[in-house]
Design a protein around this ligand. Structure first.
Ligand SMILES: *Cc1c(COP(=O)(O)O)cnc(C)c1O
Length: 836
């Protein structure tokens, strides 16, 4: 093969390209000017802020490219084992600031632009936020990718390049309105298409069995419709190292079959329609968080990106090795929830049908390579597909699942003969009028590891969600408590706090967050305490400006900024927060002299477009805000704002400005939560239940530095079991009763007095998430918050205890555990001087 360069070493290419790779201010400036000129076709005089954003992004990307190539070559050369993280969502957020920081040239870029009269902060705002995920699960995948690169582990992220990410949320007259998120409309300087690595994916058709002369049988999936997957690669840079890993997202393109020869107009139109239909696979992210949508297109998306990814994994392996026997020594496949669970069957199909490997061997390889992460205990989130749909769309895959299940149930039979009920519970196929494929069962059967995402959650997976599987393979189950990357969620989003920390304890914390314990030495240092307070105030000011620009009033900076931002869901109980606000309002109206600390309640979060109750909760919050904010008797002692379109960029402004972090899910429902970690890392105190990772956060930061309330998970279970009646609690709590009555009276919705009847009815009759049982204790905890806030020194010492003890919740710690305990991965550092 002819090489483009004399002998093509990376060092050779890079040598004379200081404007592409140089790290001096002059090099960077030259690079930006060149990209303005040659990439954007502009000079500095005619350049718009968008042009400047594009130019500086390309200049930044240039500095990743040789590291990226060198990373790939190093992994290949050293035959390094890599993890392939399969996830239908990657909520990566904006890239420019993160890449500048990880390259170590953020301040350099700031000064370079300054020389030209430009402000980096403003330029950063030109980048559209890629919203390729719904919430915590997708954000976790993004944090993991960053930690993997920082810890120098070889890793590929595999997912879908949705043309439209999570919808843009607008609030019109208090109601959520969804708008399409056309995030690629300004182009995307970070991605590189790799047309040469496109993959064909089959759908529909039928399976033909062929018997060969030697008596062996093989299966052939024929008469299929083929869709092409085109990979788009985004570089993921580690923190101040040379590791650049790849996030490979697949985009659907019609296959050549659609370049039709047509006989008449009707055929032509139909052909064009079918072409458009096949390309719709990667069109849009399904906006449901914590609930499964049983649409055929969703199953198509899942198989599409999984089939592309498995094909890519096998192709790369075969380029290096002439056997697949060592596949599990070379790759670890991790399934981020059940969305990619079909990978178990697809890998089997490839090994058996395409690589002619015997079933037993193929099964051994598949299980050894695959791990599964469960993310939820909500029954409505467990994915299952109707067998008839599955059979039509993926007939060969269904056959393989049936065979996996047949062999699995034999194993069950050997262990528990004559226990048909157990077999029925364990089966991958759910019986019923319409049979369903249970994706979680497929994932557990086909993996060597099954993990939950916080201690409590992992325990509940074993005892409540899948007790039969735990009986069968107890050693397969484990815990990996979630984390978040401190580079984005502290260093980038809170520069002032980062600097104050670095000044005291040096900069090692960004690489090893456990070093934050060193800051505890400064707990009683009055100067440091004052600085912590001043930083919080500055971050509140930044947030207050956003509120002012959107809502027309500036919140009182002396008030407690009390924040609940996360997806809108009944189990997360934004409604409990709202009930507290109403009760507080009533208390204040009744007793105008009561001197409770002023509060600004800040909400944010999207509801799934079809989730009517969650959307009604948004309307209630906004209607309550409208009444209270305009009540002259209240002045600025209570303000309520719902910030629209909560996303990663907005989180980066909101979280550093919070005093209180609301983590108030009904115990046993939030698998982990990661928002809780981000807040504590930024000096907010938590009001929370013993749910998900809240439990471990409280353990780390100390019970006295955490505002605990509410039933525990086993108490919730016990109460449900003995017949929960919300009226029992409503009758005993005058405050709760009054708040409910006020909503029911139409006080907050004079234009439509019965608007919130469904909300009140649910609480009085069912109260699925036990708000009534937890209300009084929540009110008490919030009163304690008030008392504590009046004593700034006491408050600050709790803040510092939180900061100093939050190290566990770095995603670096989580990733180290995955690497050691599930993936068997070792770091593979990148040396830019090494030539291969
Ligand atoms: C961290 C994060 C989440 C997850 O928040 P939880 O409180 O854990 O549900 C959701 N959305 C965005 C944009 C986030 O950054």
């Amino acid at each position: 093969m002819r090489r483009p360069m004399a002998d093509g070493t990376i060092q050779e290419v890079v040598q004379n390209h200081s404007s592409r790779v140089g790290m001096t201010p002059e090099d960077l400036e030259q690079s930006v000017l060149e990209h303005l000129f040659y990439t954007c076709g502009k000079d500095l005089r005619s350049a718009t802020p968008l042009d400047v954003y594009r130019a500086i992004s390309h200049a930044t990307r240039d500095r990743l490219v040789h590291r990226w190539l060198q990373s790939k070559r190093t992994y290949f050369h050293h035959e390094a084992k890599r993890v392939c993280y399969l996830s239908a969502e990657f909520l990566i957020g904006r890239a420019l600031a993160q890449n500048l920081l990880n390259l170590g040239i953020y301040h350099l870029a700031e000064t370079s632009l300054d020389h030209r009269g430009l402000t980096l902060k403003d330029i950063l705002e030109e980048e559209l936020d890629p919203g390729l995920g719904n919430g915590g699960l997708g954000r976790l995948a993004a944090c993991f990718m960053e930690s993997l690169a920082t810890l120098q582990y070889p890793a590929y992220g595999y997912g879908i390049r949705y043309e439209f990410g999570i919808f843009d949320q607008e609030i019109a007259n208090g109601w959520q309105v969804e708008r399409g998120d056309d995030w690629l409309r300004r182009g995307n300087p970070w991605e590189v298409p790799r047309h040469e690595l496109s993959v064909g994916v089959n759908f529909y058709g039928r399976v033909e069995a062929r018997v060969h002369v030697d008596g062996t049988k093989s299966m052939h999936w024929v008469d299929t419709q083929t869709v092409i997957g085109v990979p788009y690669d985004t570089p993921i840079l580690g923190y101040q190292n040379n590791t650049v890993n790849t996030l490979r997202l697949w985009s659907a393109k019609a296959s050549k079959e659609f370049n039709f020869s047509v006989f008449n107009d009707g055929d032509y139109r139909r052909a064009v329609e079918e072409k458009a239909l096949s390309e719709s696979i990667s069109k849009v992210l399904y906006p449901n968080d914590e609930s499964a949508e049983g649409k055929e297109l969703r199953l198509k998306q899942q198989y599409f990106f999984v089939a592309c990814s498995i094909a890519d994994i096998i192709r790369r392996h075969k380029k290096r090795f002439d056997t697949l026997d060592n596949l599990p020594d070379q790759i670890a496949i991790q399934l981020n929830d059940t969305h990619p669970a079909i990978a178990v069957a697809e890998l089997m199909r490839v090994l058996i049908d395409e690589e002619s490997i015997a079933w037993e061997k193929a099964w051994e390889l598949t299980k050894a390579a695959t791990g599964f992460t469960n993310h939820t205990l909500l029954p409505e989130a467990l994915e299952k597909w109707p067998v008839p749909m599955f059979e039509r769309l993926l007939p060969r895959i269904l056959q393989i699942i049936y065979e996996i299940n047949r062999r699995f149930l034999l194993e069950v039979h050997v262990k528990w003969p004559n226990d048909d009920e157990r077999k029925r519970r364990l089966s991958i196929i759910e019986e019923g009028p319409v049979k369903h494929v249970r994706m979680a069962h497929l994932a557990v059967v086909g993996s060597h590891s099954v993990n939950g995402v916080a201690e409590l959650h992992s325990e509940l997976v074993c005892t409540q969600l899948m007790p039969d599987f735990h009986d069968m393979w107890p050693q397969r189950f484990n815990n990996k408590t979630n984390g978040v990357t401190p580079r984005r969620w502290l260093l980038q989003c809170n520069p002032d706090l980062s600097e104050a920390l670095t000044e005291r304890i040096s900069d090692g914390w960004a690489r090893d967050l456990s070093e934050l314990t060193k800051i505890l030495e400064y707990k009683d240092d009055t100067e440091f305490r004052a600085e912590v307070r001043a930083i919080k105030r500055k971050n509140k000011e930044r947030l207050a400006k956003v509120i002012e620009s959107r809502h027309g009033f500036k919140p009182n900076l002396d008030s407690i900024f009390d924040v609940q931002v996360k997806r809108l869901h009944e189990y997360k109980r934004q409604l409990l927060n709202c009930l507290h606000i109403i009760a507080l309002y009533q208390d204040m109206k009744e007793n105008p002299e009561s001197d409770r600390a002023p509060r600004t309640f800040i909400f944010g979060g999207k509801a799934a477009p079809g989730y009517m109750m969650a959307k009604l909760h948004i309307k209630l919050i906004n209607d309550v805000a409208d009444i209270i904010n305009h009540d002259p008797a209240i002045r600025d002692r209570i303000k309520v704002v719902f910030l629209s379109n909560y996303n990663v960029s907005l989180a980066e402004i909101i979280i550093p400005g919070a005093d209180i972090s609301e983590q108030i899910s009904m115990a046993g429902k939030e698998a982990s939560g990661t928002g809780n970690m981000k807040f504590a890392m930024n000096g907010a105190l938590t009001v929370g239940t013993l749910d998900g990772a809240n439990i471990e956060i409280r353990e780390e930061v100390g019970a006295e530095n955490f505002f605990l309330f509410g039933l525990k998970a086993d108490e919730v279970r016990g109460l449900k079991g003995s017949g929960y009646n919300p009226n029992h609690y409503i009758e005993r709590s005058p405050r709760l009763r009054r708040a409910l009555d006020l909503i029911a009276s139409g006080f907050f919705s004079p234009d439509d007095p019965s608007r919130f009847q469904p909300v009140v009815n649910e609480l009085r009759n069912l109260d699925t998430y036990m708000l009534c049982a937890d209300f009084d204790d929540y009110f008490r905890a919030q009163f304690e918050v008030d008392q504590c806030y009046r004593d700034p020194e006491n408050w600050t010492s709790k803040v510092i205890e939180n900061l100093g003890n939050i190290g566990k919740f770095s995603s670096d710690r989580t990733i180290e555990q995955y690497c050691k305990e599930i993936w068997n991965l070792t770091p593979c550092p990148i040396d830019l001087t090494e030539s291969f």
